[in-house]
Design a protein around this ligand. Sequence first.
Ligand code: PXP
Length: 247
Amino acid sequence: MLHLGVNIDHVATLRQARYAQMPDSINAEPLILEAARECEAAGAHSITVHLRADRRHIVDTDVFLLKKELSVQLNLEMGNTPEIVEIALRVRPDFVCLVPENRQEITTEGGLDVTAHAAALKETTSRLKTNVTRVSYFVDPVLEDIHACADCGADMVELHTGTFANSFGKEREAEVQRLCAAAELAHSLGLQVNAGHGLTTQNVRDLFAVPYLAELNIGHHLVSRAITIGLRESVREMLVVMGGYGG
Ligand code: PXP
């Protein structure tokens, strides 16, 4: 069964639009934990939050609270920086997804350059795994990068579906082929295969051609749909579509 990880960063984006100076105040809404519980009630398998260096949406207290209160697994998305790694070691999320992070970007723009940062990634991966956190790398569907993930000790890859989501027709078909090849290779190397970025109920069926998918991480679309149909219904709607994945 294909699992759904719901990224609730944009619930925090809304809170920070008003309460950036006091995200922990009793007036600060929407509540991150309440949003996470709606996702859980709808059947989400994990909750993802990205603790960015600039704390533009999720803040440290959100991560500790979610880890303490969630029934489902917590996936902490993070850049490989000493400050955030120390926090991850204290939080002990169920899994971590290492991503490249650049202060100017609006959202994570590309996958990790695993080869260029292999030594640092290897060290962080080993520290997190010793601390009982499984480790995923967010990567473009590039075969050299998939090999590098296995060499660095990653447990999982999250294939970047941004190009897939933003392409149509022949271009999308070509991107699906790249994702298929990356998934085949990752699976053959013993890596769990996840995917995410830009996925919607409209485009996700086109991704079903990709084999071995274990979990999709989806945020913006689900939180956007929540404005009109509510978060619980938005997550349910996606889970119904994802039920069509054959593996
Ligand atoms: N996976 C990763 C690694 C991401 O950085 C993001 C965006 O925060 C997502 C998945 C979710 O992307 P989207 O919000 O477009 O669904």
